[in-house]
Every structure is written in structure tokens, then in C-alpha cells.
Design a protein around this ligand. Structure first.
Ligand code: CP3
Length: 344
């Protein structure tokens, strides 16, 4: 007797259907708001060591599913393992966020493209192990950072609110910048293909810094590189399921959806529901509760969560926050949110 494969509600939604149960996962669900994450993290020398140790990264990926009724596990890693694998070493200073030695035009020419995939081998091994441990109704989400967002860290050497260093570099050294984007498109495409082959059911492109770009820059540095990755991944794996999260796309959201070919559009919490509802029928969406509503909890959180659920009742929808969960989030609030989304 051959058992029919168990349906994965979240994957179903990515593929354009409305599963019986509304799927939910939480961006950055494996992380510091969980005491069990903090305990494990305290035993490991560095954050990157955690990312590159498959046993530990697998354990951290599974932690949120042990506690909560979520529909997906996300690979535990970081968007900045890609620059690290390209030879631009990344450090995570406690409480300060990531630090890199800012990249110059010469540095771009010297990126170690041939080595990158091999160095990411432990992350791919983590995908295999999570997949082996995951219940069959759960979706495994792989991911990478989108080229513009990753480039903005590589060029500035740290995060910034306006990405001015990267924007100016792109405008003043266009050839070197185009080369950097090409390297990131090629490496990210191969990396996502490897994740999908190792067992990821879906991959998400995190374009966390799609804000602050004029429409020309948005087209050239956000839409076009994301489109090339989607196309490249699907050349290797036909119809690979892909979620795109262009945070801050605002008026460029519909263009991003139409031109990149992603299956589902991740919505940040500033996106008005009426704007998202005006997207063409059938465009799947993911989101978009403000993470601070989850921190605050109570009635306002429940009212807004229900509004979001109702707004997207007529299209594929994956419930999520509109950006990552923050460390001060009370566990009980997330439990309550999941109950509300599950309809109780
Ligand atoms: O559950 C998950 O989503 C786990 C995997 C994951 C992490 N980072 C773990 C992490 C994912 C998908 C990311 C994505 C990521 N990383 C993004 C895109 C998503 C977003 O939030 O916009 C970005 C911009 C980064 C870069 C990054 N990594 C920053 C800015 C920081 C420092 C700020 C912070 O949140 O701590 C990190 C570190 C990081 N990445 C931590 C975790 C759990 C905390 C480090 C630690 O535990 O010591």
C-alpha cells in the first residue's frame, strides 16, 4: 500500500491554493525571544559557529515547532553567511548587529566566488537534517538575502537606516556595483537550488532593505536581481516555490509581484490591507501584523490579526508578522496570536 503524501498547508498556499487551515509561521521564529534558544546560544562561541554547526542549527530550527502550532520550520542561518562564504568575513558583536570590513571596488573583484558553495556546505547539511526530523505536514522554508540587501551590508560594513553608502556606491561606481550584484545573483541562485535539492520545500528571498530607493533604483537593484534569481532557480528546478519579501516596496509592490515571478508576496506591516487587496486576484500574500502589536498583546493584537485574516480570505494567504519577531516578545502573546489565527 502506498500512503498518499501528507499535505503541507503552507506549501499548498504558496502553490496558489487555499488549504482548509490558514497556514502560519513567524519571521525570525527561531531566535532570542525563546529561552531555549538563549540557553543554547550561550554555550556556543559565536553566532556564526551556531549557523555552521548542523546539529545545533537543526536543533534551533526545530525549537519553535516544539512549542507552537506553526506550519513551517525555517532553516536557522543568516543572510550574511553568503558574504562570509565569499571571503568577506562577518562578525556578530553582541548587542550591536553584524560587522564586516566594508567592501571596495578592488574587494569586489577579489570575492572568492568559486569557494562559496563549498563553504556553505554545513548550511545545506542542516537543511537535510531538519527535513529528516520534520513532521510530514510541516513545510521547510529555506532562504537567502536578496542581492541589494546583502550588498548594502557588504558595502557599508554594517546595517544602516538609509543605505546611503550602498546607494552612493551604486551611483558613483556602477560597473563595480553591477559586478557585485552579478556575484550575489549567481551565488544566491546556486545556494537556493542546493537548499531545495537538500529538502527545502519553499525558499524565501529576504529583501529587507527595499526602502529608500527611487523607482529606477528599485527596478534595477531590487526587481531585476530578484527576477534573475527566480528565473535561475526555476531553470534548475521547474516551478520551484518562492516567497519574495520586499520590505518597504510600497508603491512598487505590484511591479515587484508582476515582474519577479515569485509565488507569494511577503507584505511588511506598513502595507495597507486595501493596497494589498488591490493586487491582481490570485496573487498570494504573506503577512502582515506589526511585530510590536505582538509585544503589546491583548485586544488590539487580536482585532488587527482578525482584520488581516478577513482581508485576505479570497486569495492564498500565509499569516505572518510584517517583519521579524523581536526579542522582548512574550511567549504567551505568540501562543494567543496562533489561537486567534486558528479561529478560537
Ligand atoms: O527564525 C529565523 O528566521 C532564523 C534564521 C534567521 C536569522 N536571521 C537568525 C539570526 C533569518 C531568516 C535571518 C535573516 C536576516 N538576518 C535578515 C532578514 C530578515 C529581517 O529581519 O529583515 C537580516 C537583515 C539579517 C542580518 C542580521 N542578522 C542582523 C541585522 C542581525 C542583528 C540584529 C538581530 O536581530 O540580532 C543578525 C543576527 C541574527 N540573525 C540573530 C539571529 C537569531 C541574533 C544573533 C544572536 O543570537 O546572537
Amino acid at each position: 500500500m502506498t500512503a498518499s503524501p501528507v499535505a503541507k498547508p503552507l506549501l499548498e498556499a504558496v502553490l496558489g491554493r487555499r488549504p482548509e487551515k490558514l497556514p502560519i509561521w513567524i519571521m525570525r521564529q527561531a531566535g532570542r525571544y525563546l529561552p531555549e534558544y538563549r540557553a543554547l546560544r550561550a554555550e556556543v562561541g559565536s553566532f556564526l559557529e551556531l549557523c555552521y554547526t548542523p546539529d545545533l542549527a537543526t536543533e534551533v530550527s526545530l525549537q519553535p515547532l516544539r512549542r507552537f502550532d506553526l506550519d513551517a520550520a525555517i532553516l536557522f542561518s543568516d543572510i550574511l553567511v553568503v558574504p562570509d562564504a565569499l571571503g568577506q568575513k562577518v562578525r556578530f558583536e553582541t548587542g550591536e548587529g553584524p560587522r564586516l570590513d566594508p567592501l571596495t571596488a578592488d574587494g569586489i573583484a577579489q570575492l572568492e566566488t568559486a569557494m562559496a558553495l563549498e563553504r556553505l556546505g554545513p548550511v545545506i547539511e542542516t537543511v537535510r537534517r531538519i527535513k529528516a526530523a520534520l513532521a510530514p505536514d510541516k513545510t521547510l522554508i529555506g532562504f537567502c538575502g536578496s542581492p541589494w540587501t546583502v550588498a548594502s551590508y557588504m558595502l557599508a560594513g554594517e546595517g544602516s537606516t538609509d543605505q546611503a553608502v550602498a546607494r552612493l556606491f551604486a551611483l558613483t561606481q556602477p560597473a563595480a556595483f553591477a559586478r557585485l550584484i552579478d556575484v550575489l545573483v549567481e551565488t544566491s541562485t546556486a545556494y537556493l537550488v542546493a537548499q531545495l535539492r537538500a529538502g527545502a520545500d519553499v525558499v524565501q528571498l529576504f529583501e529587507s532593505w527595499a526602502l529608500n530607493l527611487d523607482e529606477v533604483a528599485f527596478q534595477n537593484w531590487v526587481i531585476e536581481p530578484n527576477r534573475r534569481i527566480v528565473e535561475g532557480v526555476r531553470q534548475a528546478i521547474a516551478e520551484a516555490p518562492i516567497i519574495g519579501f520586499p520590505r518597504g516596496a510600497a508603491g512598487n509592490l505590484a511591479a515587484y509581484a508582476a515582474m519577479t515571478g515569485v509565488n507569494v508576496l511577503g507584505l511588511d506591516f506598513a502595507t495597507p490591507l486595501r493596497v494589498a487587496r488591490a493586487l491582481p486576484a490570485g496573487v498570494g500574500v504573506q503577512g502582515n501584523l506589526d511585530p510590536l502589536r505582538l509585544v503589546a498583546g491583548g485586544e488590539q493584537m487580536e482585532v488587527r490579526a482578525r482584520e488581516i485574516v478577513r482581508a485576505f480570505a479570497d486569495r492564498p494567504h500565509i499569516f505572518n508578522l510584517g517583519h521579524g519577531i523581536v526579542p522582548q516578545t512574550p511567549i504567551a502573546h505568540l501562543e494567543r496570536l496562533i489561537d486567534v489565527v486558528r479561529g478560537s
